[in-house]
Design a protein around this ligand. Structure first.
Ligand SMILES: [Zn+2]
Length: 451
C-alpha cells in the first residue's frame, strides 16, 4: 500500500487504507458470503434507523414493521420505497438524533444524478471509507497503481471559484495522488492544444472523467496523430458510455475503457471489471435493487434503481429511489467475482446542450453547477429544465417548490450571473409548473438544435 493513501487518510480524516484491505479480502467472496454480510449490515442499519432516525421510525410504524421483521435479504422489500421528493421534504427528520452534524467526522454532501435539484445531506466517515476503498480497489482491477500518474477531466472549481482552503486541500491531494486536474468544461478549440501538451508531459497511466470531456480529448488526439504511450486505462462516469463512444476512445488511445456508477447520495455503487461485460455492484457498501412498475425485481430490462447505502449512519438512505434506471443482469461474470452485475445504466442519458464556444454538456453539468454553488437557495425549487433553441443560448427554468412562498432575490441574481458566464444569451424563468413534452413526458434537457 502506498504512502499516498496513508497521507490521504490524514488529510481527509478517513480510514481508506484499512477499508481497502477489507475490500480486497471480500473481492472474490462467494454469493453466500456476500448475502450473509449484506444481511448483517442491513439489519444493523435498520435497527439503528428505527431507533435514531425519526423519518424511518414514522415510516416503519405507519405499516407496523419492526426491525426484527428483517430476517432475510428479501425482507427488505417490506420497507416502503422513498422517492427523492419524500426525502427532500423529510430531510430534517433524516439526520440521526445521536449524530453531531458539526463534527469534523461528518461531511455535508449534495445529492447527485441528472434528475431534480440537489439538496444537502450528511455523510459519516464509514460511508466515505467504503466509497474511497472501493474506488481504489477498482484501480487494482484496472491495473493502476497508487504511484501511477493520473489525469482527471472534471468540473470541480470550473464554475464557482473555490476558497483558498479548498484550493490548498485539492493541491495537496493532487500532489499525493499524482493527479493532474483539467477543467472538463473549459475544453474548446483554443484550450485543447494546451490540454494535449499538459497530458503528454504528465504521462498519465489513467484518464478519468466525464465521457463528453474524454471524447473531446480523444477527438483532438486522433485528428492530430498524437499518442499517450503511458496510458493503461480510461475510466468514465456520470454519462452513459454508449458502445460507439467506447469504441472510438479505445481505438484512439489503444487501451480499454472502464465504466463507473456512482452518485452524490452514495459513491462507488458499481464498477466495470476487466471482463467488460457489466458493472459489479459494490455489495459490501450498498444494496441495489432494480424494480419494474409494480416494484418487483426485474432482470434483463431497464428498471428503477432503488438504493440502500449500508454504511451511512448520519443520514441513512434506505430503499431510496434515486431517479436513475438500470438493467440488472443474471449473468455470472467471467472474472470470477460473484457480486451482482449491472448491464447498463440508462438514467444518465441526456440530450446535449451547447454552452459557449460549442462546448457540449449534459444535464449532469448543471447538477454539478448547483452542487458547486452549495446554495440553500435551491431548496425553494423542485426541478429544473434547460431549453436550447440555438447553440450558446440557454433558457433555464426552475419550478417553485411552493407556489405561495417567495424565494430570496439574491439567489436568483447569483445563479443568473453564473449562467451568463456559460452562454452568450441566457433567460432564467421561474415557474409554478415546468412544461412537459408532447408525449406527456418530463424532460430535464430539451434541445431544438439540429446537428
Ligand atoms: Zn467481472
Amino acid at each position: 500500500m502506498s504512502l499516498s493513501l496513508y497521507l490521504q487518510d490524514l488529510v481527509r480524516g478517513t480510514r481508506i487504507v484499512k477499508t481497502k484491505k477489507e475490500l480486497e479480502k471480500s473481492d472474490f467472496w462467494s454469493r453466500e458470503q456476500l448475502d450473509e454480510y449484506q444481511l448483517k449490515k442491513l439489519q444493523k442499519l435498520v435497527s439503528f434507523s428505527y431507533q435514531h432516525v425519526p423519518y424511518y421510525r414514522k415510516l416503519f410504524d405507519s405499516i407496523g414493521l419492526k426491525p426484527d421483521d428483517i430476517r432475510e435479504l428479501a425482507d427488505i422489500q417490506k420497507i416502503p420505497i422513498s422517492t427523492k421528493e419524500m426525502i427532500r421534504q423529510g430531510k430534517d427528520n433524516l439526520i440521526a438524533d445521536n449524530v453531531n452534524i458539526n463534527s469534523y467526522k461528518i461531511k455535508r454532501a449534495v445529492t447527485g444524478g441528472t434528475t431534480g435539484i440537489p439538496f444537502a445531506f450528511y455523510k459519516d466517515t464509514q460511508t466515505r471509507d467504503f466509497s474511497w476503498g472501493a474506488y481504489y480497489r477498482w484501480h487494482d482491477w484496472m491495473g493502476i497503481k497508487n504511484r501511477d500518474s493520473k489525469a482527471v477531466l472534471w468540473s470541480s472549481g470550473a464554475v464557482i471559484e473555490h476558497t483558498w482552503w479548498q484550493k490548498c486541500k485539492s493541491y495537496v491531494l493532487d500532489r499525493m495522488s499524482k493527479s493532474l486536474h483539467i477543467n472538463a468544461y473549459g475544453l474548446n478549440k483554443e484550450s485543447l492544444p494546451d490540454v494535449a501538451k499538459q497530458l503528454i508531459k504528465h504521462k498519465p497511466a489513467l484518464i478519468h472523467g466525464y465521457l463528453s470531456a474524454v471524447l473531446q480529448v480523444a477527438k483532438y488526439f486522433k485528428e492530430h496523430n498524437l499518442t499517450l504511450p503511458s496510458l493503461k486505462a480510461i475510466s468514465s462516469t456520470t454519462e452513459t458510455l454508449l458502445p460507439m463512444y467506447r469504441q472510438y476512445i479505445e481505438e484512439t488511445f489503444n487501451v480499454k475503457m472502464f465504466d463507473q456508477y456512482g452518485g452524490g447520495e452514495c459513491n462507488s455503487m458499481a464498477f466495470e471489471c476487466d471482463a467488460h461485460i457489466g458493472l459489479h455492484v459494490t455489495e459490501e457498501h450498498c444494496l441495489l435493487e432494480i424494480v419494474d412498475e409494480s416494484d418487483s425485481y426485474c432482470y434483463g430490462k431497464p428498471g428503477r434503481v432503488i438504493l440502500t447505502d449500508l454504511d451511512n449512519y448520519a443520514f441513512p438512505f434506505i430503499r431510496y429511489e434515486n431517479g436513475d434506471s438500470a438493467i440488472m443482469s443474471q449473468k455470472q461474470c467471467d472474472c470470477g467475482r460473484h457480486s451482482k452485475l449491472l448491464e447498463s445504466i440508462s438514467g444518465r442519458t441526456a440530450d446535449v446542450i451547447y454552452i459557449k464556444d460549442d462546448v457540449p454538456v449534459t444535464a449532469a453539468f448543471f447538477v454539478s453547477m448547483f452542487i458547486e454553488l452549495h446554495s440553500d437557495w435551491f431548496e425553494h425549487f423542485t426541478r429544473f429544465q434547460v431549453y436550447q433553441k440555438k447553440k450558446g443560448e440557454l433558457v433555464f427554468r426552475l419550478e417553485k417548490a411552493n407556489k405561495d412562498k417567495e424565494y430570496p432575490e439574491s439567489g436568483r441574481i447569483e445563479l443568473l450571473k453564473n449562467l451568463q458566464k456559460l452562454a452568450n444569451k441566457v433567460e432564467l424563468e421561474i415557474l409554478d409548473n415546468l412544461p412537459y413534452d408532447k408525449s406527456g413526458k418530463f424532460r430535464y434537457v430539451i434541445s431544438d438544435v439540429k446537428e
